[in-house]
Ligand binder design. Sequence first.
Ligand code: FAD
Length: 571
Amino acid sequence: MLPYQAPIDDMLFLLFEVYQAQQQWQEQGLALSADEAEAVLREAARQQQELFAPLLRQGDQGCVWQQGRVQTPEGFVAAYRQWAEAGWLGLAGEPNYGGAGMPKLLSLFVDEMQHAANSALALYPLLSAGAALLLLHHGSEQQKQLLLPKLYSGQWAGTMCLTEPHAGSDLGLLRSKAEPQAEHYLLSGSKIFITGGEQDLTENIIHLVLARLPDAPPGVKGISLFMVPKVLFDAEGQLQQANGVHCASLEHKMGIKGSSTAVLHFDQAKAWLVGEPHQGLAQMFTMMNYERLTIGLQGLGLAERALQIAKSYAQDRRQGRRPGGVLEPEQPADPLTALPDVRRMLLDVQVMVEGGRALATYCGLWLDRAKSGDALAQGRVALLTPVVKAYLTDQGFQACVTAQQVLGGHGYVSEWGIEQLVRDARIAQIYEGTNGIQALDLLGRKVVANGGQWLKAWLEEARTLCWQGPEGARLAKTLDRIEEATDFVLTTERDQALLINAVAVDFLHLLALGVQGQQWLLIQRRIANRAEEFQHKQLMALYFEQRLLIQDRWLLERILSGHGLITQASL
Ligand SMILES: Cc1cc2nc3c(=O)[nH]c(=O)nc-3n(C[C@H](O)[C@H](O)[C@H](O)COP(=O)(O)OP(=O)(O)OC[C@H]3O[C@@H](n4cnc5c(N)ncnc54)[C@H](O)[C@@H]3O)c2cc1C
């Protein structure tokens, strides 16, 4: 399989030319120079290229379950430990507990690299980083002191245990129960689909589990969060006996086979409350913004990897002749890259990857700004994260399929590895809240519930950018269409809830086009006086505007057609 090359130049371009990271880091009091940031990215790239990427095919062999124990694919343990020992799991972690305190505006690129190199392996460290973030925000001081250093060092791993057989998107249905004891709780219930629920990479696993207390009200308001270790430990963190957690089986699945997806039974397992009783779901949501960006980066990373393979293949493979003028008459045929239809496919993937990376960077920038509690930044992050998660994973999957098409039949067979990327990318549209649920979150909670306030603040920012020059005229039209769609939903009184549910996905894609367009316009502005140096970016911005942004009209028309047909037509 073609070796992975992390796109460092594009990352540095976005950081320092487009989003002026140094200025933001200075304002936030971060002692991080451009040289240091570049060194971090180069070292992460080197390790991902050498450690994770070569194990991609091996990982596709899957994990093996035997009597409750799980063996990850050959090579995973050594690669994980080397990555962990180099301190990468704590890259964005809190320095007071052993983290390196790097901003999301830098660490997001390292997340992308991990997913591009080996998404299945990447999920283990990324899940631990998510668990650490949850504990940092809601754990007791004692829990933080004990657990965060172990999670940041990768010695122990973390999981998120939400899903139950009858409770997926609707977590209000979950039944796992926690009975209070003198100093802890006893937790019982079954969880399914738990990523990293059992593995052989770490000596212990900290499960963060949603369950109900005996006096809990029904529905989502009666859910609490618990810390349940696989192996119990004493006050110094020394391991003791096994807890009542059993891995009953592993799921057999379409992709990310090297990531174990476990069925876990909790049988009176010792558990400790994290945060306040009945606040479990709300607490979970505080870290969702970070997790959603990370899953969006999974779509992006896999698309980048697929693009690298497709480009390399198309440059070497010769079929047919370039219409309108043979390119290489001395050869029996021209390379695929000479054919407009193949170029179209490659450029569709390329514009998604470069634009998607800009979109993720913009989101990372606001995530860092939101840490200070700034209300504008928090609103922006709330609005952006479902968009980034759903758009990057929908587009990322489509990009992998398009890249596969470039290889013809060679993309369908496993030799080039691109069919694995298609299979691996599919899950990102489903987990961490399906993309349908992301769209409902966006339109229902983030737009309609506050009268469109956060959206209006973003529209104002994007319009100001448009008005700075004539090249903003096309995006300004898209912004008008987003406003029209929003007003239509906000002013619909009859059956508004049905309307929201029916048009949310179209609305998310319409808004995504606008936010994506804003990033391309910003890029155009930043390179305005250096046309020759950045000719490629200039053409990509035009490609986006003329070939993708135009979807705004039909998305608006679909939204304005309402929910009638969708709710009435028989199935
Ligand atoms: C490989 C893998 C790894 C996973 N890892 C984890 C993990 O680590 N921890 C964990 O807790 N879970 C995990 N999950 C579970 C995952 O988050 C759920 O599968 C997902 O949230 C959807 O739930 P569900 O599968 O029950 O689908 P359902 O909730 O049954 O949804 C089915 C369909 O109905 C739609 N739908 C549902 N409700 C609504 C609604 N109100 N309005 C409109 N449409 C709706 C959905 O969008 C979807 O298209 C994982 C799943 C997989 C496959």
